[in-house]
Design a protein around this ligand. Structure first.
Ligand code: H2P
Length: 807
């Protein structure tokens, strides 16, 4: 599109929608008009892509995820359509800053952290690689809560992301379907002797899809992310006469994590899981039936991916649709189900490996529960005589009055993968070892990846431009080409340019920090960043212990030689996770204590930026010098902020956990700071049960002073939280071995302090990180899923074979 065409289109849209002239429009009107224009351009491609899949009968994957975290889409859509620069300069001509328009858009925050963001990186990459793939999830009316700090405490406010409407989505009334919940189900014998389930007193709700085009990177492909919203079917309206009664239905897709500390919250959560699974599967089968193919070909046309355990009811739901609704016999349907489904495990944390009480399942999804019982029964019978009773008992889906969702997902699918090498190995050797014995061929690894377009091209233009200058822009399409940067390892001029680009982003972040928190920080300081969900195993607290160590050292010796450092945190704590919230409070109080103490002469500063989300990550990551990846070895399945930060030239301080191991392998020991227990050492402690945090405390004077600060009034206003933290570390023996790793962590931090002073040495490390980050492109990750698990092909390959053209 030329600049003139863009201007003409915008002018027309502003007149039609707002009765405004281009010159008089404000950022909001301009944003929505530009969004409309983008949609008009991409809708044509979307339609063509979809038609193409249909006529070519391409095998497609459906990625089922209870979380998606796309962030803002304006700039990434413009980039992927190839008109970012044209639009930017056109707007500049009329004195409008594209960045200002981008700020109007609300983050689509339908997720918590890595899990949801990964799903969105995959959506971008699947489309960009020309792969036929769709997302399937929930359109929550409210996204993850908006976080504010009041007196240092986390306060959760509703995230009203839909208040001004969502410009990207299309409500597809005609694709709605009914989902049935509750009631009771009994089996009736038919004249032909077969048993048929009969349901009574069910609640029928309407699932209405809202589709968003997932625009591929400059390749003409637009895939679909389908998010379901609940409504009361017209036929049922009379049943819900008061607003309160209506709300019982409408609440189903109201919030991302209904408070699961209460029974009522858990019930809604379970209903949510079934709702989007059932709607998704029904719509897929409806599509398949249009192809007029026999059932045994289903797995040649459809792959369904279970992202974490939340969509594990795909297994019984697909069985229900095939057996109850389409009359297939059980064995045939089971064979199809296993071939169609695949599952990714994202964590070894027990709390996230869902187990649902049987009584609740019976209430919410009675027919699904019956099917799970049958799956369980057949599982046990089939393995009799092949495996030991113990093994069978340990792996069956029904145990201890609960349904083990991970067991269901593994048994009912053909592939189970972990998300980094060490994590996948741990699944095989320990966490899911029993299943590995039974189904060794099902286990595989797919190391996570990131959408490098968003995290470098869009988030960090100064660096992207320098890279273009040095190695041309081929890396924008082929991130592996970033390796060419290694030729500049000893080129001072190149290294300086990269440092200057970093400085630009640090200054921007410093301004943002000042604006949002009032804290003044210097861009000459080391920007040390830890951004991720707040969880004890991620050990934000260990970072805080190190800050306190520095605090005491500077207090004792004000002339101490230390490179000024700004410690930057971004993290939300789950609303019912009190310990995590206490850590937030402690960080905020330490921040306050440090930042207001003039005797520290700005040698250290602590900034906890509120409301961490994708857009804030885009501001922080390009400005980071140090990337904190300090989880207890074995606990972080992969991590993905580690990849985003390295791509932007931050140097990592890390334990050998998750993808940190692969980052170390990629950059080499000289370009990363590794410390702490290994996974094996952690498991040795578990086995010997001889860890004593008290002993470490007793023997280490410095640590004593630091821990005591939580309870002796040194850190103000944390009477309750300080005690809780102190007890967790001492009385309850420090579950995540912070004290054990602390000493090593401090040593690594001291090395960073030294190395940073030698600017060229540091830049060299930074360069090695950028250069090797191409290894972690989500494009490659989804290609591996496509080949090994989903067996889907890019539309280009397919159409070339057929000799037709694509859209
Ligand atoms: C989780 C894991 C991460 C992993 C991510 C994506 C659940 O994310 O803990 O290690 O990288 O999934 O696979 P998070 O902790 O950020 O919510």
């Amino acid at each position: 599109m030329t600049k003139e065409e863009i201007k003409k289109e915008l002018r027309q849209r502003l007149r039609d929608t707002y009765a405004l002239e281009l010159e008089d429009a404000g950022p909001v009107e301009l944003f929505y008009s530009l969004g409309g224009l983008i949609k008009a351009i991409s809708n044509e491609k979307w339609h063509k892509t979809w038609k193409n899949y249909l006529t070519e009968e391409q095998k497609q994957v459906y990625y089922f995820s209870i979380e998606f975290l796309p962030g803002k889409l304006l700039k990434s859509n413009l980039l992927n359509l190839g008109i970012l620069n044209e639009v930017r300069t056109t707007l500049a001509d009329i004195d409008v800053d594209l960045e200002e328009l981008a700020e109007v858009e609300k983050d689509m925050a339908l997720g918590n952290g890595g899990l949801g963001r990964l799903a969105s990186c995959f959506m971008d990459s699947i489309a960009s690689c020309g792969l036929p793939g769709n997302g399937n999830g929930i359109r929550y009316d409210y996204g993850l809560f908006k976080q504010q700090f009041v007196d240092g405490y986390q306060v959760e406010l509703p995230d009203e992301w839909l208040k001004r409407g969502n410009v990207w989505e299309i409500r597809r009334e005609s694709k709605a379907c009914d989902v049935k919940l509750f009631g009771n189900v009994y089996m009736k014998r038919l004249a032909n002797g077969k048993l048929q389930p009969v349901a009574e007193n069910q609640t029928t709700v309407r699932a209405v899809p809202y589709d968003t085009g997932m625009i591929g990177y400059q390749n003409g492909i637009v895939n679909t992310m389908r998010l379901w919203s609940v409504e009361i079917p017209i036929s049922e309206e009379a049943k819900y006469q008061s607003l309160d009664e209506r709300r019982t239905v409408e609440d189903l897709t109201a919030v991302l994590y209904p408070d699961d500390s209460q029974e009522s919250g858990r019930l809604v959560r379970l209903a949510q899981e079934y709702f989007f699974v059932s709607a998704g599967i029904q719509s897929i089968i409806r599509y398949y039936k249009k192809l007029n193919l026999p059932w045994h070909s289903l797995s040649e046309k459809i792959a369904i991916h279970i992202n974490d355990t939340h969509p594990a009811m795909c297994v019984p739901e697909l069985m229900r649709v095939l057996v109850d609704e389409n009359g297939l016999n059980w064995e045939f349907a089971w064979d199809i189900t296993v071939k169609v489904l695949s599952y990714t495990n994202h964590t070894i944390m027990a709390e996230a490996l869902e187990k649902w009480p049987i009584y609740l399942m019976k209430i919410v999804v009675p027919r699904i529960y019956q099917i799970i019982e049958e799956i369980d029964r057949r599982y046990v019978t089939t393995l009799q005589g092949i495996h030991s009773q113990d093994l069978i008992q340990r792996t069956r889906p029904l145990q201890n009055d609960q349904v083990y969702m991970a067991h269901l997902a593994i048994i009912g699918s053909h592939s189970t993968n972990g998300v980094a090498k060490i994590h996948s190995d741990l699944l095989k050797s320990i966490v899911l070892h029993d299943f590995y014995v039974i189904y060794p061929e099902r286990f595989n690894n797919k190391t996570n990846g990131i959408a490098e377009r968003r995290w470098l091209q869009l988030a960090n233009e100064p660096l992207a431009n320098v890279i273009d200058e040095l190695i041309t822009d081929s890396w924008r399409k082929t991130p592996q080409d970033l390796k060419l940067l290694m030729n500049y390892q000893n080129d001072e001029a190149a290294l300086t340019k990269i440092r200057e680009a970093k400085l630009v982003k640090k200054e921007e972040l410093a301004n943002y920090i000042l604006k949002t928190t009032g804290i003044e920080v210097s861009s000459n300081a080391i920007f040390d960043v830890q951004i991720k969900r707040l969880h004890a195993y991620k050990r934000q607290l260990m970072n805080l212990l190190h800050i306190l160590k520095l605090y005491f050292e500077i207090k004792d010796n004000p002339e101490m030689d230390i490179t000024p450092r700004v410690f930057i945190f971004g993290a939300k704590a789950a609303p019912s996770y009190t310990y995590a919230k206490s850590i937030i409070k402690a960080i905020n109080e330490v921040a306050n204590m440090v930042n207001t103490d003039r005797s520290l002469q700005d040698k250290i500063k602590v900034v906890f930026l509120p409301n961490y989300n994708v857009s804030l990550a885009e501001k922080i990551i390009p400005a980071a010098d140090v990337s904190e990846q300090i989880s207890l070895a074995s606990k972080e399945a992969s991590g993905t902020s580690n990849m985003k930060l390295m791509l932007n030239g931050a140097v990592t301080i890390a334990t050998l956990d998750g993808a940190n191991v692969e980052i170390r392998d990629a950059v080499g020991d000289d370009n990363i700071y590794i410390f702490g227990l290994t996974e094996k050492e952690v498991y040795d402690y578990y086995e010997k049960q001889d860890y004593s945090s008290q002993k470490i405390y007793d023997e280490d004077e410095n640590l004593r002073r630091i821990l005591d600060a939580f309870v002796d009034g040194t850190i103000p206003n944390i009477e309750f939280e300080g005690q809780e933290i102190y007890d967790a570390l001492l009385k309850f023996n420090d579950e995540y071995f912070l004290l054990r790793d602390f000493h090593d962590y401090v040593k690594a931090q001291e090395q960073i302090n030294q190395d940073y002073k030698d600017s060229m040495l540091w830049q060299k490390k930074s360069l090695a990180n950028i250069a090797n980050a191409g290894n972690f492109s989500a494009d490659d990750t989804v290609k591996a899923y496509a080949e090994d698990i989903w067996q889907i092909e890019p539309i280009f390959a397919h159409t070339e074979k057929e000799g037709t053209t694509n859209g």
